[in-house]
Design a protein around this ligand. Structure first.
Ligand code: DHB
Ligand code: FE
Length: 324
């Protein structure tokens, strides 16, 4: 076997495509990919920014039904005006979008902990209001396959998904950040995380996974500007005696710590999320994947927004840029 084979040693796997993922099925060892940073390197993908936002389905319905100027919704959408302007001025080549499926693509029959969408496109689907009238999400199969290979060889056992519909968990953040275009501004790699049925991954696991994703991106030999998004949250509980729970103090402390001390935040146990941010507040662990993918140096806070209420949920939003 050639030393450059996809399942051996320290190869920084070039942009292999789906075939490379398939052929990586053999035994593999060690570090698969050395990030290609440093002097003289001109061709490498980079994560330049991360976006964090709630994904409340009623926000999608408000957009789709033309209600954004209504008094209830106006303050929510006002909070995303700077974000839409920032997106236009800082358009990425690819968005790596971490979200959770709400039994639209998966069901209780099969629940992957981490699933990477490697398809060429993903159709909108949804619970509740049904599929949203939004553009089909165009994927980036070759880059997704490269990330899958790198991250799996770094011992994170992703599920590879070659066909998947995407629900409000993914489309509402796109709408909040991009408005209502005829086509989304760039390809998206959907990355679905199980936060629906326990056991769900720990914050620490999510944070470490983010670091593995960063490494995978940095050894892709195309000069792509990549944004990574963490979605879901903030505090909310949709069922039981505590339905409607919102915890502003918890949410704002989470935002503070996500910016300044994600290492410590990553150690927060599940029970703290559930007690303080409600049963669906556990969606927030997904934000740690995006934060883990950012540089180790402090980020620039481009925008921060918090609003209550939106449906049953506190809306939280951050844009962080890596400082070059
Ligand atoms: C609501 C929020 C969610 O995150 C979700 O997935 C479904 C409903 C809500 O606020 O109603
Ligand atoms: Fe949700």
């Amino acid at each position: 076997m050639s030393a450059a084979g996809p399942s051996q040693g320290t190869n920084c796997a070039p942009s292999g495509g789906v075939g490379v993922v398939n052929s990586a099925a053999g035994p593999s060892q060690g570090t698969n990919c050395a990030p290609s940073g440093g002097v003289g390197v001109v061709k490498a993908a980079r994560i330049t920014a991360s976006v964090y936002t709630s994904h409340v389905p009623a926000i999608g319905a408000a957009i789709d039904l033309g209600k954004t100027a209504e008094p209830y919704w106006q303050p929510v959408f006002k909070g995303y005006e700077p974000s839409k302007a920032w997106m236009k001025a800082n358009r990425p080549d690819v968005i790596f979008l971490v979200y959770n499926d709400h039994a639209s693509a998966f069901s209780l029959e099969m629940i992957p902990t981490f699933a990477i969408g490697c398809a060429a496109e993903f159709k909108p689907a949804d619970e509740g209001w049904g599929p949203r009238p939004v553009p089909v999400v165009v994927g980036e199969p070759e880059f997704a396959a490269h990330i899958a290979q790198s991250v799996i060889l770094d011992d994170f056992d992703l599920t590879i998904v070659n066909r998947m519909d995407v629900d409000h968990g993914l489309t509402v953040p796109l709408s909040l950040m991009c408005g209502q275009p005829d086509a989304w501004p760039c390809p998206v790699i959907p990355f679905a995380v199980n936060v629906v049925q326990y056991p769900v991954p720990s914050g620490r696991r999510c944070y470490q996974l983010g670091k593995a994703i960063r490494k995978a991106v940095e050894c892709y030999d195309k000069p792509l500007n990549v944004h990574i998004w963490g979605t879901g949250g903030m505090s909310h509980q949709l069922q039981g005696p505590r339905a409607g729970l919102i915890n502003r103090e918890f949410d704002n402390a989470f935002l503070d710590q996500l910016i300044t001390d994600p290492e410590t935040l990553a150690k927060k146990p599940h029970i703290d999320y559930v007690r303080e941010a409600g049963s669906e507040g556990i969606e927030l662990v997904m934000w740690l994947i995006a934060r883990g993918a950012m540089a180790d140096t402090p980020p620039r806070v481009v925008h921060r927004f918090y609003h209550v209420p939106a449906s049953n949920t506190a809306v939280g939003h951050l844009i962080l840029e890596n400082v070059q």
